[in-house]
Design a protein around this ligand. Structure first.
Ligand code: GRG
Ligand code: ZN
Length: 326
């Protein structure tokens, strides 16, 4: 396809290789001042934000530089009586932060400090009759919450507490004829939701229920001339889709549908060569969210200076061990 698309120009002066040391410094900066997560990272995203920082550091083999004990203590303070975790202490539980809390404890090999039964009880409470999941007590339904729920239960070894067949039946109602997936039945395909739905199918062992080539083709069409990937047609490329799209392709075993050299050129160009960190697009301000997804995407292609990443869980593969799905 050769019609005009929304895109950006990659500046000729943009970085052309991985600035690993700068990214380590960029993430550590978030820990340098006392309680700095509190200053820099908004409360409603904090536990997930800590996960992005830790996973980025772990993939760079630098997680020892993070304040393990302090973080484990903070995570414990985010636990609620319903068994779930909120984004910060005294915040309502949310499935995204519950998954992030489990992932953080796994990175530190401290999952034993969590009450597995209570987490399982919380996740079970989020499932609706039709198999879908809500994210929190606000009650919104989204395939993101299906993925976070199934991923959490898989990682703690308690998948049996929910109705898995109903969960997958709901995911399949969100499967569109273009090969993509949306937030809810009838919603347009979006790369972030494709990751969530393909990830859910992987957790359930149900990847054969879809036409992998069709889904991979829709994902491959996300690549723009700049090499970057967008989240849906007629949108600008953004480095976080390098993760949502590439990880989905890796799960489908179709990573070769993407032009790797052009993809890497775009990801490298999103690095900030002064402060470290990755931005959504070349020249924008870097943040931990785009940093972990830029680094994790590069790891999927295999990079000597990075640990292999698990495409379903966005964590260094060595932390997943025998819970690996692929
Ligand atoms: C990473 C283990 C792990 C779990 C995360 C919450 C979640 C599970 C996945 C979210 C997937 C998702 C929906 C990603 C998209 C995020 C994003 C950039 C949304 C922006 O949407 P728009 O419409 O942007 O503002 P576009 O790019 O379409 O213009
Ligand atoms: Zn983004």
């Amino acid at each position: 396809l050769d019609f005009a698309r929304k895109d950006i120009d990659v500046p000729s002066t943009a970085p052309k290789e991985l600035l690993r040391g700068k990214h380590s410094a960029f993430i550590q900066h978030y820990e340098s001042a006392k309680d700095s997560y509190e200053y820099i990272m908004a409360e409603h995203i904090r536990v997930s934000g800590i996960f992005w920082c830790l996973s980025a550091m772990d993939i760079m083999n630098e997680v020892d530089k993070m304040s393990k004990d302090k973080i484990i203590e903070y995570i414990a303070e985010c636990r609620n009586p319903d068994g779930g975790y909120g984004p910060a202490p005294r915040n309502d539980s949310h499935i995204l932060h519950t998954l992030s809390a489990v992932q953080i404890l796994m990175i530190f090999e401290a999952l034993g400090k969590a009450d597995i039964d209570e987490i399982a009880r919380y996740v079970k409470s989020l499932q609706n009759e039709d198999g879908s999941f809500v994210g929190d007590k606000a009650g919104e339904v989204d395939t993101r919450f299906t993925f976070c729920s199934l991923a959490t239960l898989h990682l703690i070894g308690r998948l049996e507490v929910v109705d898995l067949d109903a969960a997958i039946a709901f995911v399949m109602r969100c499967y569109n004829s273009d090969g993509g997936f949306g937030t809810r039945p009838g919603s347009e395909s979006h790369a972030g939701q494709v990751y969530c739905c393909v990830g859910s199918l992987a957790v359930a062992g149900r990847l054969d229920d879809i036409d992998r080539d069709r889904t991979a083709q829709w994902l491959a069409f996300r690549q723009c001339d700049s090499g970057g990937l967008n989240g849906r047609p007629e949108k600008l490329p953004d480095v976080c889709y390098s993760w949502w799209v590439l990880s989905s392709l890796a799960i489908l075993r179709r990573l070769d549908f993407i032009d790797e050299d052009r993809m890497k050129r775009f990801i490298f160009a999103c690095q900030d060569d002064e402060t470290g960190g990755f931005a959504d697009r070349p020249g924008d301000y870097p943040d931990p969210f785009h940093t972990v997804f830029g680094i994790a995407a590069l790891s999927l292609f295999g990079d000597d200076s990075l640990a292999p990443v698990d495409p379903v869980f966005c964590m260094a593969a060595r932390r997943i061990g025998d819970k690996a799905l692929l």
